[in-house]
Design a protein. Structure first.
Length: 507
């Protein structure tokens, strides 16, 4: 109790849970546009979804909304002209959540598109498009997903977002690194200097990213299903261990600030409201009987990387049974979700690469210790569960590595050419690492010894997935350069996974 009180005092010192008046401002008005950060929707279910915006007439300096709460009106329509309004209401944009709005809608019709917007004072937001999920128990004809991750603002423009917004997809799965806490060495455009550690600084960083018009278009086009990776807090952090191994108490406060800002800026359900440094982000969503999405949190509960974070040969602690990627509770939850019948495709929407990728071209071994290859016991528990319980059609969608990969996930990483239990489609970055290249030389060097890896490409872009009961198709969409916001998009490769077989074949 004492600890908790002290912790709350430290949070208020950081500006967390700070000095909101709790009053609703009468007739709030501004000359400046309060919708500078755009709008968003997310986490749809069969009769609703979450609608999001944040009022910020002065986005890069704390928002500029003052300390009173503000009433915001929202409308949901059956048409894009907002003529046939089906639901409307007023909600409060609380000062203590930086005037972010999270509206939870219920009671809408399943499996259909809706349009929405917000009003505050004299101002009206843009119109966004979103959808409800098909009813549980029904088999939809098709689901189209776009898969994106890693959008370092300084590394370039979001041309890829402009294209994925026009793919007519049902959902965007965003797999982490929505912001970067760190600076990019060869910036195409700049955000504020210095790594954020306080709530105010994280809020301003999200605001910088969210002012991008192409990112706003991508949010307005469809509901997003988001998870985070490391850069939403700190590069390669693991649980309560920061990149530079700061004292745990200090990192706890930093993580609390970062998680709070993440919740404030994402279209998440209220179940994700953080409590200090803890936030429930893993969850599942169903697209009728066609697909169940297990959205994973591979950061908050993981054991520290065993041999340092960089690609390395395995060290002593690497293969210890007690090392975890998901934590005990999430691991059990995932196991229960995977064995539950009622979905053709079991989709893992997650952060880091699951398939083994030995980067040593010679007789030794060298793994990215931040990926599942750095957590072999945790990976073994997952792949054995899938094999033993005969979970069919497991598809892993992955971000993190700023390159495209497609591969088959073996049951046993030590005998990777034997039984495969899943397929993995790894999506490249929207912008992180700059323009990229056709292939990383260090990956090309091990292609011969990694036959389960079917594809690699290191340009920027996203994956477009078309899913039916018969098969899963992934189109790798790339842009040639991100020096310009207007770069075109092409498909560099397409693959299919027929239902019932853990294989990746050219489409
Ligand atoms: Fe990244």
């Amino acid at each position: 109790m004492q600890d908790r009180r002290r912790f709350m005092q430290q949070l208020s010192a950081l500006g967390l849970g700070a000095i909101a008046t709790g009053r609703i401002a009468p007739r709030w008005r501004t000359m400046a546009d309060p919708f500078t950060l755009g709008i968003a929707s997310g986490d749809p279910w069969p009769d609703g979804f979450v609608l999001w915006t944040r009022l910020a007439p002065d986005p890069l300096n704390g928002g500029g909304m003052g300390t009173d709460d503000v009433a915001v009106r929202w409308e949901v329509a059956a048409d894009d002209q907002m003529r046939r309004i089906v639901r409307s209401g007023t909600t409060v944009a609380p000062a203590e959540f930086a005037h972010a709005v999270h509206v939870t809608l219920r009671g809408l019709a399943p499996d259909r598109w809706y349009w929405y917007r917000f009003h505050v004072g004299d101002a009206t937001s843009a119109v966004g498009r979103t959808r409800t999920m098909p009813l549980a128990g029904t088999m939809p004809n098709r689901m189209r997903l776009v898969v994106a991750s890693c959008q370092h603002y300084e590394a370039g423009f979001y041309a890829a977002h402009a294209h994925l917004a026009r793919e007519d997809a049902d959902l965007c799965a965003f797999l982490g690194d929505y912001i970067y806490e760190s600076h990019f060495a060869r910036p195409v455009r700049s955000h504020e200097a210095g790594e954020p550690t306080t709530l105010d600084a994280y809020r301003n960083r999200y605001a910088r990213y969210k002012t991008d018009p192409q990112l706003q278009d991508a949010h307005a086009a469809m509901p997003w299903v988001v998870t985070w990776d490391d850069h939403e807090v700190d590069n390669n952090y693991a649980g309560l261990v920061s990149e530079r191994e700061d004292p745990e108490a200090a990192f706890r406060l930093r993580r609390a600030a970062a998680y709070r800002a993440y919740y404030e800026h994402m279209p998440l359900r209220r179940t994700s409201i953080p409590a200090g440094p803890d936030m429930l982000l893993y969850r599942s969503l169903a697209f009728g009987r066609l697909a169940r999405l297990h959205v994973l949190d591979g950061r908050q509960y993981r054991s520290d990387q065993s041999c340092g974070d960089r690609p390395k040969p395995p060290c002593e602690a690497w293969d210890r049974e007690d090392r975890t990627m998901l934590g005990t509770t999430q691991e059990r939850w995932l196991g229960q979700g995977l064995v539950r019948p009622g979905a053709t495709w079991q989709v893992l929407a997650q952060q880091v690469m699951l398939m083994p990728l030995d980067l040593d071209a010679g007789p030794g071994e060298r793994y990215n210790m931040d990926s599942w290859s750095g957590y072999p016991a945790a990976r073994r528990r997952l792949t054995s569960l899938v094999a033993e319980r005969r979970v069919p059609n497991v598809v892993t969608l992955t971000g993190d590595v700023h390159a495209n990969y497609a591969g088959e996930v073996p049951l046993d990483a030590r005998r990777p050419e034997d039984t495969k239990v899943a397929v993995e489609y790894v999506g490249t970055s929207i912008s992180s690492e700059g323009d990229g290249m056709d292939a990383f030389p260090q990956v090309q060097a091990v292609r011969g010894s990694t036959p389960w890896l079917k594809f690699h490409n290191a340009r920027r872009g996203y994956i477009r997935c078309d899913v039916t009961a018969a098969g899963w198709r992934s189109d790798y969409r790339i842009v040639p350069s991100i020096q310009s916001a207007a770069a075109p998009v092409t498909t560099v490769a397409s693959f299919v996974t027929p239902a019932g077989r853990s294989v990746i074949e050219p489409a």
